[in-house]
Design a binder for this molecule. Structure first.
Ligand code: HEM
Length: 500
């Protein structure tokens, strides 16, 4: 997937006929990064699987049982440089692999060495962990939580479970643009700084702001649908799902249409650096993306300072003041970068995962098309069934216990939203897609003080996009292999070819 040729609003990545309007290249931006992003072949996937199986059987033969807290030995650092690069998976080609027993899935579970099957269907592994080892010690010493009630406990107690990632990110990113960005973003900060910045972001994403954006969003989706009408085939991610959040965030930040081309590449690279098994190439791409994006935003901020009458998010953050607290220039541009990162891939994945789930469940697809008044319940169910954000993290600030299992202060907890959203303690028939599910305390947007500040924006985008897509293309069908992005934290597709 080459991002360089991506055109907003009226076009798609492959510049297919009928999608002529390409954004004028703006002198303001050097598209250095966009040219470098390509995706590799599937051969490595099998190599990786082979490697994982061999490693785990070697470990098993050495009598070491991974994960089970009763017998865990100290963490065995893994050579990051030996781990797989981000890959894509041809999901429709990969048969569900049932050869691993639940015990093997639990014992071999290592976020830094996941095999191809995991990306096609992580829920089998999550169920095995939730049933057998809900408080799971991973080989790197982190603890993986899979029960709904444990995640709710963590979200509700930000004092004991900190979001401050400075200690965790320093060894990973060193002193770098990525470190500065990720440690300045409000999601990776604790109160009191978090409280002040959250108020500013909350004001910038106030219900009035969202209400005002609905008509623009409807016009945007109508234009995209009109673009797809009459075509024999299209890609749901490139031609539809990924365009919407870029335009929505672009509008909220009031970025010129001509300047929106690199936004997707920047976001993918900065978020890509949060995935497991970070290697030199992704670290360099991430740092370059932050540098380019910051340079671009610094210029925008200095222009907006000359005229503070606007209602866009940048201007609102510049104007924002509360109890003498004002955001610094650095905080303003890093929150803007974070808003794009938080709001782009996530919403793209929500729309893509939802359509994929409907095509895998023809009854639910037909039922929704015939009962579109269920769209809001359906969106909640898509968020529950295949959440775009699968994993979150916290650090314990004191010694704690889960199930009488002691966890020391300073331990990294991984909160598995994907597993918690299918917890039978909370959801009836958790593995069933039920678009009319009424009781649905799904955790796709997290919870507590860090609960997603953009959930209303995401819900609105998904509702308008899905409603119009299903109404205009009721016979939508897959047209060729769906390609899963090989990302554990953010779950979605990098390609979903469709026939209207
Ligand atoms: C389907 C789409 C989305 C999903 C699944 C999602 C999910 C999440 C989750 C799980 C968190 C909490 C992270 C944590 O607890 O560590 C979060 C935080 C956040 N999200 Fe979203 N998000 C989505 C869309 C958006 C959009 C569209 C925006 C902005 C327009 C946005 C802005 C934010 C912000 C600012 C935070 C940080 C809140 C804080 O730390 O106080 N998100 N999101």
């Amino acid at each position: 997937m080459d991002l360089a040729s991506h055109s907003t609003l009226s076009g798609n990545a492959r510049g297919e006929p009928g999608d002529s309007a390409r954004c004028a290249e703006s002198p303001r931006i050097t598209h250095g990064l966009a040219q470098r992003y390509v995706s590799p072949s599937i051969f490595c996937v099998h190599l990786l699987t082979l490697k994982t199986v061999v490693t785990n059987s070697l470990r098993a033969s050495s009598g070491e049982r991974i994960g089970d807290l009763r017998t865990a030995s100290p963490a065995t650092p893994v050579q990051h440089d030996k781990l797989a690069r981000p890959l894509t998976i041809d999901a429709s080609e990969m048969p569900a692999n049932t050869s691993h027993s639940d015990e093997q899935l639990v014992d071999s579970f290592d976020l830094r060495a996941l095999d191809a099957d995991f990306y096609v269907d992580p829920y089998r592994t999550f169920r095995a962990l939730r049933e057998r080892s809900p408080v799971h010690r991973c080989p790197d010493g982190t603890v993986f939580l899979t029960r709904h009630r444990d995640l709710v406990r963590v979200y509700r107690d930000p004092k004991t479970f900190s979001s401050d990632k400075q200690a965790q990110f320093k060894p990973l990113f060193g002193d770098s643009p990525l470190y500065e960005h990720h440690t300045t973003s409000l999601v990776f900060n604790d109160p009191p700084l978090h409280t002040s910045v959250r108020k500013a972001i909350g004001d910038a994403l106030a219900p009035k702001v969202i209400a005002n954006m609905e008509q623009d969003l409807i016009r945007l989706v109508d234009r995209l649908i009109a673009n797809l009408q009459g075509r024999r085939r299209f890609d749901l991610i490139d031609d539809f799902a990924s365009v919407i959040p870029i335009e929505v965030i672009g509008n909220l930040l009031n970025i010129d249409h001509g300047d929106r081309v690199p936004l997707r590449a920047w976001s993918a690279s900065i978020l890509g650096a949060l995935e497991f098994g970070l290697d030199e190439r992704r670290r360099n791409e991430g740092n370059a993306a932050v540098e380019e994006f910051v340079a671009f935003l610094k210029q925008l901020i200095s222009e907006r300072r000359n005229d503070l009458s606007g209602d866009d998010i940048i201007t609102r953050l510049i104007r924002w003041e509360s109890n003498k607290f004002k955001l610094s220039e650095e905080q303003i541009y890093h929150q803007c970068i974070f808003l794009l990162n938080a709001g782009h891939e996530t919403t793209t994945n929500l729309i893509g995962n939802a359509v994929h789930a409907l095509l895998e469940h023809p009854d639910a697809h037909r039922h929704l098309c015939e009962n579109m008044h269920l769209i809001d319940l359906a969106v909640e169910e898509f968020l529950r069934y295949d959440p775009p954000v699968q994993l979150g993290n916290r650090i314990t600030t004191t010694d704690v216990e889960f199930d009488d299992i002691p966890i020391a202060a300073g331990t990294t907890l991984t909160l598995c939203i994907g597993a918690a959203n299918r917890d039978p303690e909370v959801f009836t028939d958790p593995n069933e897609l039920d678009i009319a599910r009424k009781i649905n305390p799904q955790l796709a947007f997290g919870g507590g003080i860090h609960a997603c500040a953009g959930m209303a924006v995401a819900r609105l985008e998904a509702r308008v996009a899905l409603e119009k897509l299903l109404k205009n293309f009721p016979d939508l069908k897959p047209d060729g292999p769906s390609v899963r992005a090989q990302r554990a934290r953010f779950r979605g597709f990098s390609a979903l070819p469709m026939r209207p």
